[in-house]
Design a binder for this molecule. Structure first.
Ligand code: ADP
Length: 351
């Protein structure tokens, strides 16, 4: 797998081919295809981290089971890779029911959502990922389905048009989104439960890494797992992906299943990820700002300079650079901090 474009230097801000980043929290095709679900915890007890959310859900689930009712419609929001899909499956498992899964962009026509709803059985969970991307017609059909477990359909056209109501089984809609603000108020109001998923601590990520290593028969030492957790950007998906790439390196280059901190360092170097967990796109971004390090630069100028999409930079690259204190967002534009400048000045090797 190509990691990050290496055919341009950090100072060459021409248009780049879009390639996969190991440290991008969005799901990549390999993960979709292979459905890397081995590590998916199936009960709340196995789910690491998110303690507040878990105790909230524990009570809500137990109360629903006690009342023999489906769980209230639940909205989960947070960055990609933090466990929204995992939680949806886990909730269904805890409720002893099935989880049907759909993504909003694939629900194009009214009949798509009607088909999904009519296919549900009493108590089942319908999980809609990227729910902020539902179109208006679909959203409107969902209102009565969510509120009254009823579908109000218009059949026929013009003068012959009639209204038909179909009763639905009681179900739980679980919506997941990375953009809470893009969900319309009427849809948001129909969720009885709305919960944010936070970034994970290094210790929690380390635990997730250790569990996964055990599952895939890797002998990982404690420093190795901690070093991986530190650069995983608070995100289980990134932590597990990094571990899989380190395993590739260990097995192919070093012919071993024993992973030490030194091996992790060598593997990450080979993928151009440094000790801070930054890859070449991060460094190109910082180098670009460093050209005028004391003057705030607008996001659009940076995007044009790097040949990248501004929303990708804003939502994927910048949050981590801000989190580690390398970047500031000011009203007049983006500014490198002293820490960020010191770091990028020391990287004049330009990968
Ligand atoms: P999202 O739906 O938020 O993008 P996923 O639920 O697909 O994220 O999780 C991404 C990966 O991280 C999956 O492989 C999942 O098993 C793993 N994962 C997420 N949260 C946890 C957790 N708390 N414990 C263990 N593994 C987790």
């Amino acid at each position: 797998m190509a990691i990050i474009s290496s055919n341009i230097g950090d100072n060459e801000f021409s248009f780049r081919k879009k390639e996969l980043r190991l440290v991008d929290s969005k799901i990549i095709p390999e993960e979709k295809r292979n459905n890397i679900n081995l590590a998916r915890p199936v009960t709340l007890r196995d789910f690491i981290g998110q303690e507040q959310l878990k105790s909230f859900l524990r009570i809500a689930i137990d109360a629903s089971i006690y009342r023999k009712e489906p769980l209230e419609h639940t909205l989960l929001y947070g960055q990609p890779g933090l466990g929204k899909t995992t939680l949806a499956f886990l909730i269904a498992h805890e409720m002893n029911t099935k989880c049907r899964i759909a993504t909003a962009p694939a629900i194009e026509r009214p009949r798509d959502i009607v088909g999904l709803l009519l296919g549900l059985k009493e108590g089942e969970v319908l999980f809609i990922d990227e729910i902020h991307r539902l179109n208006r017609l679909t959203e409107e059909l969902l209102y009565s389905a969510m509120e009254d477990f009823r579908l109000d359909l218009t059949v026929g056209a013009n003068r012959g048009a009639r209204c038909r109501t179909i009763n639905l089984p009681r179900f739980t809609l679980i919506g997941a989104t990375t953009k809470l603000a893009s969900i319309s108020a009427p849809l948001r109001d129909r969720f009885g439960i709305s919960q944010k998923i936070e970034f994970y601590t290094n210790d929690e990520l380390k635990q997730i890494i250790v569990n996964f290593a055990r599952l895939i028969n890797l002998n990982l030492d404690s420093d190795a797992s901690y070093n991986l957790s530190k650069i995983a950007r608070g995100t289980p998906r990134i932590a597990l992906r990094l571990l899989r790439r380190v395993r590739d390196y260990a097995q192919v280059v070093e012919k071993t299943n024993v992973i030490s901190a030194i091996l992790v360092k060598k593997a990450l170097n080979s993928y151009q990820i440094d000790e801070k967990g930054l890859d070449s796109l991060d460094r190109q971004y910082l180098s670009f700002l460093n050209l005028n390090s004391n003057i705030p630069t607008g996001l659009d100028s940076i995007a044009a300079g790097l040949g990248d999409d501004s929303s990708m930079l804003e939502f994927v690259v910048e949050p981590y650079l801000i989190k580690i204190g390398f970047l500031m967002r000011t009203p007049r534009g983006r500014l490198l901090t002293d820490l960020g400048k010191k770091y990028i000045d020391s990287k004049n090797d330009n990968f």
